[in-house]
Structures are given as structure tokens and as C-alpha cells.
Write a new protein. Sequence first.
Length: 537
Amino acid sequence: MIVDSPMLLVLAPVAALLLGWLAWLVRRARSRSLALWAPGRAGAAASGKAGPWLLGAAGLLAGVGAAGPRWGATETELTGRALNLAIGIDISRSMLAEDAAPNRLQRAIREARRLVQDSRGDRLALLAFAGQSYILTPLTLDDGAVSLQLDALDPEVASEGGTELAAVLAQGRGLLAAAAEGGARVLVVFTDGETHDSIDAAVAAARALRADGVTLILVGEGDTVPTRIPLRDERGALNGYKTDADGLVVRTWRRDAVLRAVADAGGGVLVPAEAADQEAGIHRVVAALERSATRERRREDLTPRGWLFALAATLLLGVQALRRRGPALAVIALTLLPASRSAAQRPSTGDRLLRRGDTAGAALAFVRDAARRPVGDTAMFNAGTAALARGQLAAAREWLGTASRSLDPSLRYRALYNQGLAALLESRADSAKRAELEEFAAQRFREALLLAPGSQAAKWNLELVQQRTPPPSGGGGSKPPPTPPKQAPPTPSPTGGALSQAEAEQILNSVDRTEREVRVDQARRRRMAQSAVAKDW
């Protein structure tokens, strides 16, 4: 068992003793008064000896309940519709080539992370491959676990260099074949196609996927022009370029012939490296596939139990009220505060509906909750987030806009980020207002970055909006952008104007350098011996 407030737990016995002592003093004073003014009723006064003990016990229970005790576990059943999606990412050294910004691997991770965000509710798995394939996460509804493994991807994780495309296709097939739940099965592989195994083996593995009914999506990374593989230190400084066993500089390029052959053999889809938004192409294919009804039992450890102590304290006060009605009424009023604290631990109606997968009902419940409370910022945020998950984007933007005026910086950041995300999703479906919605989304992401400058998600989405927004027409690089229409003026930015493409790239490059330093530090602790004879790029 744990408690939310250990200090209140320590003070609970002191409060109980104080309450019992005060009740004893009151009882003694009443006994003396009765003995003085009504000697015939002195025996009635002596009958209330258990009163101070009952009140002290009630105070102790109320104090323990106010401390927020938690123990045990509860299970809830979630229902929805999902498919099985496995993501494979090439982490061979050739993916460090910088013919994609910032390099092939980082672009693949960025697109995969967006795919995970857009596939919430589906069963996801993550594989990494180089000389062999590794299962990093099995099929799971926990998209947070998949995102956590994406952040740690690095070529140093692989114990064997090279690129075995057939290995990830075979392992992905086995992983999806073992899926206990129904729905379509999809394998998405990010790679430059520079396989060192036999192409025939990769083609055979792709045909096996097709025979099992698995949809194969290959995502090309890199350029067809040969380029070198840079070697950088912990600070990102260039130390040279990758060389082979003979000391010659290794050159790598995207192998379109391999990618097309494997995609054709698997009857799958090839998303080209030249696509500005690779994730959108993947998502269109995945969204059209069949999803099956799912049921998941989710276990919640350390369930709040404060209401049990509050209930026991109330029962003791009820017993005392029946025995001695006068003194007990005042003590009942004193226990209202801890009882309300314990009741706050119990999940609200919106929370319970959200756990059952009823996002529409949860959104309405949160709105009603906000209307009943003087300050409903959290409830409005919950309502907007539930509407966003439901796809009710206009309502989500309205409710999140209300929550974004909160005085809590953390809540304000999350509301601004979700509001920008809702506008960005809405712009994909509304071509008439696309420019206006994208400008709105960019403004929300900029305001979110002012509150949390280190938010990678806000930076990535801001970059996405900047790339999707067309450049101003007309010649001359120094020409300022056109003035927005008067009927839809953009909200003034706290930074003093729109973020230019160069500024966005500078922000993202700094984030990439920080990520590279973290990955190198992780890789140093788990570096394993590389083969001296086999290719390791």
C-alpha cells in the first residue's frame, strides 16, 4: 500500500487524539453541569463514555482516507476496432547517409513516429534489422512503448552489421501470423534497399507474406546518387567517412530495383523516397484496410481506496449521532473535507466512459462536468481530447481553445498542442479552408513551443505545417509574404512573426544533435563487437 500524502498519514493519529481529547473535555464539562444542576440525571451523563472513543476513531479513519491510500488492482475491459501493424526499420550504417534530412535513419524514425500517432487504437509492433532482425516490441495497444523504443534506435544497437532484408520480412511474417486478434495484418518496412543478402531470398520472403495475406508496404529512404557514410563523434562533429576492409571509402545509394522487386513479389505498395509526406501515403493504405472488433482487459495497479476509510468514518459518526445526537453533528461537518478529497479519487463519469472506449459519451460528460464547476479547464481539455480521438475536430478545437486559457502552464501547453493537431487534421479534409486551418495550427504549435521549447512533437508538427504551406508567389527571395485576408487575420505571434523555413530547420537540427548525443551515450554502454570480415553498412 502507498499513500498520496505521507504527511497527512503521520498527522492522522495526532488529529484523532486531539479530537478524542476535546470530546472527553466536553463530556466531562456536561457531566459536571448535570451533577450540579440536575443531580437526578447524573447517571444519564455517565452513559456516554464510548463517545470520545468513537469520535477519535472516526477522526483517525478520516485522516487516513485524506492521505490517499492506494492498494490492489482493478481491471477494465476496453472495446474497439483494430488491425495488426508491424513496423520494421533498417538500422544498418548505410542509413546514416545524409542524402535525406537530417539522415536516412532519422527521417525513417520521424515518419514511423507519426505513423504510430495516427494508428492509436491499432495493435502495433516494432522491429529493427541490420545483419539480423530484432523484435523490439510485440503486438500491443500501448503506443507509448513503441514510441519509447523508436527513440533508442541506433546502428550501434545491432550486434551484427550488414543488411538482411529477408530476415525482417520473415520475422515480421511470423510475428503477424501469431497475432491472437483478428483484423488486417500489415508490415511497413523503412529501408534504403541496400541488402547484402540474396535478392532471391528477399523476394521469396515477400511472396510468403503475400501468401499469408499480409499487406507489405516498403518505404524507400535516401537518394539514387552514391554518397558517403559520415562518422561523427558524440558532439556531432565529422570525424571522417566509413571505409571497408581495404581502406576504401564506402559509397551507398538507394536500390530502387531491389525495392520494386520485393514490393511486386509481395503484392505490396512502394512509397517513394521523393514523397514529401511518406506517412500520409502509408496512412491512406492502412486506413482502407479491414479492422476487427477488439476487447482488451487493462489492469490498473494501486487503485485509490480513500473512500473506504471515509465511509467507515461516516458510519462511526452515524452510530454516535444515534447515541448522542448533539455533539456528533459538529464532527460530521469536520469530516466533509476529507470525504470530498477521497471522493475526488474516484474516477469521474467521463473517465469511466473513456476507459470503455466511448469517446463521444466521454466528451459530453466532460463538458457537463465543466459546466457544473467554477473552474473547468481540466474538464474542457478532457472533452476536447476525447472529441479529437473521436474525429469531431471542430468541437475539439472549440473545447481545447477554452482549456488553452488556463493559468496552468502544463495544461495550457497540452491544450494548445492538441488544438493545433486538431486543426492540422481538419485541414486535410477541408481543402477550401486548408490554408486558414494550417496557419491556425502553426500558430498553436508556436504558442505551445513558447511554453515548452523542448517539445519535439510540437517542433515536428510545426515543420510539417511549414512544409505543407506553399511558398509566397513572385520572384525575388527578399519579397515579404502576402498579407492574409482581412476576414481571417492570424493571431499575432509572441515571437514577432511567422517562423521561417531556415529558423524551423535550425530548431530541428539542434534537436537532432541532442538526440544524436543521447543515442551515442546509450550505444557506448551496450556496444558489442562487430564482425571484422562481414560488411557492416
